[in-house]
Design a protein around this ligand. Structure first.
Ligand SMILES: Nc1ccn([C@@H]2O[C@H](COP(=O)(O)OP(=O)(O)OP(=O)(O)O)[C@@H](O)[C@H]2O)c(=O)n1
Ligand SMILES: C[C@](O)(CO)[C@H](O)COP(=O)(O)O
Length: 269
């Protein structure tokens, strides 16, 4: 098993405001991204941790990263998260060339098993999906903006998905009642939440499969890696994440992240 982390860190933090990219905002006496990278360095299965910065980034070099021995920095960030991830993957492809061998057919998912005298398996997808390359290492894409990730959760995810033909993501089932809105901020209807999950990161896929999927589509609806795979007809696995694995998006999230990090630190004492 070979696994690397890819950390997109080329965003502007426009929803955070304040005029500085949020990955460098102070959090528990360090730049926010430091906590993300420290957590990933505590995952022994990750052999490299690759950070994607904006080509215009002027802040990274203001800090001392010498304590992080598996770090590689790529200044290839793009206009959107999907472009930053794709650019990082394309740079990595050179280090891990595809074998050129035909990829095995994807495993067929079973929708229902009815038990009579024998077991009848009913294939779920009527149309065949594109074959998925199994080449290259696993890549765990993790937002720089999720500094509270628990290293044990990442190790558990790698163990769970190592033999999976597609890969998968951390996610948590939706906890609240969901309302669909109509214009004027009035409720149109209540959206059934059964079967709905909130996507988190890491999102873990094979290098070439993910690069091919993102190369095929980086449109506005591709807001995470899984959606690029879904578009090709694949069904990534949902691995239970954690409510503590928040994405720092709005100003109030910084305070919450600092409380979560303090709770993590207390647990380790
Ligand atoms: N062009 C971009 C946009 C986002 N990201 C990264 O993707 C992660 C999640 O994105 P998001 O929370 O949307 O970050 P920002 O783009 O920084 O924030 P906003 O959308 O509020 O501008 C962050 O680690 C961010 O740095 C990136 O690498 N390249
Ligand atoms: C990948 C992600 O963090 C999963 O929740 C999320 O989709 C990033 O989206 P954003 O719109 O860039 O915040």
């Amino acid at each position: 098993m070979s696994a690397i982390a890819l950390v997109p860190a080329a965003g502007n933090g426009s929803r955070m405001g304040g005029g500085q990219p949020k990955q460098y905002l102070p959090l528990a006496d360090r730049p926010l991204i430091w906590h993300t990278l420290r957590a990933l360095h505590a995952v022994p299965e990750l052999e490299r941790i690759v950070v994607v910065l904006s080509p215009d980034d002027t802040q990274w070099d203001q800090y001392d990263w010498s304590g992080f021995d598996r770090l590689r920095v790529l200044r290839v960030g793009g206009d959107t998260r999907a472009h930053s991830v794709l650019n990082g993957l394309e740079a990595l492809r050179a280090d891990y060339p595809a074998s050129g061998e035909p990829a095995p057919a994807p495993a067929r998912r079973l929708d229902r098993i009815s038990i009579s005298i024998t077991l009848d398996a009913v294939p779920r997808d009527p149309a065949p999906v594109a074959t998925l390359s199994q080449d290259g290492p696993w890549v765990l894409v993790h937002d720089a903006a999720r500094p509270c990730i628990d290293p044990a959760l990442v190790s558990g995810m790698i163990a769970r998905l190592d033999n999976d033909p597609v890969g998968g993501i951390l996610a948590v089932p939706v906890a609240d009642t969901l309302k669909a809105a109509r214009p004027g901020e009035r409720i149109a209807h209540t959206q059934p939440r059964a079967g709905l999950w909130q996507a988190q990161t890491p999102q873990m896929f094979r290098l070439h499969a993910l690069a091919d999927a993102l190369a095929a589509s980086t449109g506005p609806d591709i807001t995470d890696e899984a959606s690029a795979l879904e578009r090709l007809g694949h069904a990534p696995a949902l691995v239970m994440g954690s409510p503590w694995n928040i994405k720092v998006t709005y100003p109030q999230d910084l305070r919450l992240a600092s409380l979560i990090l303090a709770a993590h630190a207390e647990r380790q004492d």
